[in-house]
Design a protein around this ligand. Structure first.
Ligand SMILES: [Zn+2]
Length: 534
């Protein structure tokens, strides 16, 4: 899902410091104990962060949840994972395990096979260290500094008004737990912790060929317990700029801020087929009509702030002739009724407001505004095609994620996804054709391949057998309409046998993110049983 692929995600200085810091060889037999007091959590390697919730530590399997707790205390938004890299690296030192950190901050920890399993194929357990930083607008949270306030709510663990980071913190915690576990039989383990999965796949894109020795690759980054993923969609970013010329507004006009919020949003791959509202598209619909009916003029517009999330909120500053203010408010009420009816059963908390605003210094010229609103209105959005022989799986989709105007132009970011590369290119061409019509520029970048499903994979066979033995039924085998790093690893490791699975996580990439506690226990049971069976 590369928007802008940065060569390094964490600062050079930080990487050099981490890589060159003397690796303290910890004596595994010396028991390290952690001091729990008032939620302050001290690691022997003087790693301390406020830690939120003891109730999480009491969850089972404790060996996994305690690591997830640690991660909740570590700020790790995409492209700022240095603290998480340091934590994992020091964890390896504390376990007396071999550890390497590559030039972009990917960490690999190696654990030898347990007794009698030396002949087993080597297994890579892969997860990503970064998390999506999303908070509700009424929550003040600095994702570069503040810990995640995780808490138990029935069968779920949630955060308070922010993303939880179970995507992919539970995967990271599971891999650390396997490295620490003394009671799990397994062949040689390479635990790979990548950086910047969410905003550019930087870690996956930079992992060098020949570093990993194993032959089985288990990705721990999918989000439905009981489902095995053997394929995923590729992606590409379309960055569109619509040039704008501005002029002074009519001094007689009235100015308003029009805001739409309360939508569910969600993951623009996993949730794109759920028919949720896209705040940018809905607001455009209203503005386009008002502009054509009574000369509404657009001064600025913005909506969405995550390239891989369905936008939940959007707003615009506009001017209308004084004689049309009542019409504008009537139209806004009517519009809310219309879209609430259209989206009923899916979106129940839509808020659409028109509030007086100071007259802006400038508005877009009529022709610029036309280009902007026509581009946004005509831009493809949502599901384009389902997979023919798998009618419940999306093949190709696009999400109009971000709109931002800066006076000189309007920037639009869309994320295209498809498990068929040619279909993705076709969609990109259609967008390019539209931009040609409205005098807009389009840049397509960060394209990454999908992960082609191999239904005859050995690890798939093994995991089906293990699942049948554990649960007396078959696991669901699926292709996911989202980006998994497996598609990219396939470039440098084409012969690896890939599979992905994980616990049940709902509403990833949004403040509603939550992980199901019983599914984590099943995820752990299935993972350790699989390692013993490989
Ligand atoms: Zn993830």
């Amino acid at each position: 899902m590369a928007t802008k692929t940065y060569a390094r995600t964490i600062s050079d200085a930080a990487v050099t410091a981490i890589r060159t810091a003397p690796q303290k060889k910890m004596q595994p037999h010396i028991l390290y104990f952690c001091i729990y007091s008032n939620n302050t959590y001290f690691y022997p390697f003087n790693f301390k962060y406020q830690n939120m919730s003891n109730e999480l530590k009491d969850l089972q399997p404790q060996i996994l949840w305690k690591r997830f707790c640690d991660l909740c205390a570590i700020p790790r938004p995409s492209k700022n994972e240095s603290k998480a890299v340091a934590f994992v690296r020091e964890f390896a030192a504390a376990q007396g395990l071999d550890c390497t950190v590559d030039s972009v901050g990917n960490v690999i920890i190696r654990k030898p096979a347990t007794a009698g399993r030396e002949g087993a194929p080597g297994v890579i357990l892969q997860s990503h260290l970064d998390m999506v930083p999303q908070a509700n607008s009424d929550v003040r949270h600095d994702f570069n500094k503040d810990p995640i306030k995780a808490r138990v709510d029935g069968d779920w663990v949630k955060a308070e008004g922010t993303t939880l980071g179970a995507d992919n913190g539970i995967g990271v915690a599971a891999a650390l737990a396997v490295l620490e576990a003394k009671d799990v039989a397994h062949g040689a383990i390479e635990a790979l912790f990548t950086v910047d999965e969410e905003t550019g796949m930087t870690g996956a894109n930079h992992l060098q060929a020949g570093i990993l020795k194993g032959s089985i690759f288990i990705n721990l980054d999918s989000e439905e317990e009981g489902e095995l993923y053997i394929g995923c969609a590729g992606g590409m970013d379309a960055l569109i700029t619509v040039p704008c010329t501005e002029e002074a507004p009519n001094r007689e006009d009235r100015a308003y801020k029009i805001s739409l919020s309360g939508l569910k949003g969600g993951h623009s791959g996993l949730d794109i087929h759920l028919g949720r509202g896209n705040a940018n598209k809905l607001l455009t619909r209203f503005l386009w009509k008002a502009a054509h009916r009574y000369g509404l003029r657009l001064s600025s517009m913005e909506g969405g702030n995550m390239r891989n999330a369905i936008p939940r909120e959007a707003s615009a500053v506009v001017t209308v002739p004084a004689s049309e203010t009542a019409q504008l408010k009537n139209d806004a009420e009517e519009f809310l009724t219309v879209i609430s009816a259209e989206l009923s059963g899916v979106e129940e908390n839509i808020v659409f407001t028109v509030t007086p605003e100071a007259l802006p210094a400038t508005v877009m010229t009529a022709s610029s505004q036309n280009n902007v609103l026509n581009t946004l209105y005509a831009m493809p959005n949502g599901v384009i095609r389902m997979i023919a022989d798998k009618p419940d799986v999306v093949e190709t989709s696009t999400n109009l994620a971000i709109v931002q105007s800066d006076g000189k132009q309007v920037n639009i970011a869309c994320l295209l996804r498809s498990s068929v590369d040619s279909a993705k290119d076709d969609l990109a061409n259609a967008m390019t054709a539209l931009c040609a019509l409205t005098g807009s520029n389009i840049k397509l970048n960060g394209s990454y391949p999908g992960w082609k499903p191999n239904f005859d994979s050995n690890i798939l066979k093994t995991m089906k057998q293990v699942y049948r033995r554990l649960y007396r039924r078959d696991p669901k085998v699926k292709v996911i309409h989202a980006g998994l790093e497996c598609g990219i690893f396939g470039k440098n490791y084409p012969d690896m046998d890939y599979v992905s699975f994980g616990p049940t996580i709902m509403h990833p990439h949004s403040p509603g993110e939550k992980v199901n506690i019983p599914s984590v226990a099943e995820f752990w049971k299935y993972l350790t049983a699989t390692l013993e069976a490989v």
